[in-house]
Design a protein around this ligand. Structure first.
Ligand code: RP5
Length: 162
């Protein structure tokens, strides 16, 4: 993990979500954004959820990325208990291919926002990039690293397929 107190928390409903959420952690690692990863289940560990969500701001967390699948209540319940920005990642479920996760996360009532990303790995990657963009607003060095990351991505796209 990057040095310093974590500014981004990546939480997920289950160990089985890590395969997806590790894509976000890898981006934060590359960008040098201090972060932590935790399993927090809205259904199996509700007390852990309350304690995490209510304590995150005081712990110095500035952005929360929450990933869950199926009846994906984690991002919304975290958002209900903190004013911090919450980015929701719908994890692809086996039964419904993540449509259940997406709809569970995106349809929040007005007043409690969750910024919802794409289903699966792309969503986890983009949640991390958005978290970095938010932090970069007040961190010029991170802003430079983010711009360099984007430039490298652009440069890596071949002109023609092989
Ligand atoms: C959700 O249920 C988790 O976020 C996970 O995506 C899904 C399945 O969890 P496991 O049964 O694999 O632990 O709470």
């Amino acid at each position: 993990m990057s040095e310093g107190a974590p500014k981004v928390a990546i939480v997920m409903g289950s160990q089985s979500d890590w395969e997806t959420m590790q894509n976000g952690a890898a981006v934060l690692e590359k960008l040098g954004v201090a972060h932590e990863c935790r399993i927090v289940s809205a259904h199996r560990t509700p007390d852990r959820l309350v304690s995490f969500a209510k304590g995150a701001a005081a712990e110095g967390i500035q952005v929360i990325i929450a990933g869950a699948g199926g009846a994906a209540h984690l991002p919304g319940m975290v958002a209900a208990m903190t004013h911090l920005p919450v980015l929701g990642v719908p994890v692809q479920s086996k039964a419904l291919k993540g449509m259940d996760s997406l709809l569970s996360i995106v349809q929040m009532p007005g007043g409690i926002p969750v910024g919802t990303l794409a289903i699966g790995a792309a969503g986890a990657t983009n949640a991390a990039l958005l978290a970095a963009s938010i932090l970069a607003l007040s961190d010029p060095a991170l802003s430079e690293r983010l711009v360099a990351w984007r430039t490298a991505q652009t440069d890596s796209v071949a002109q023609r397929p092989v």
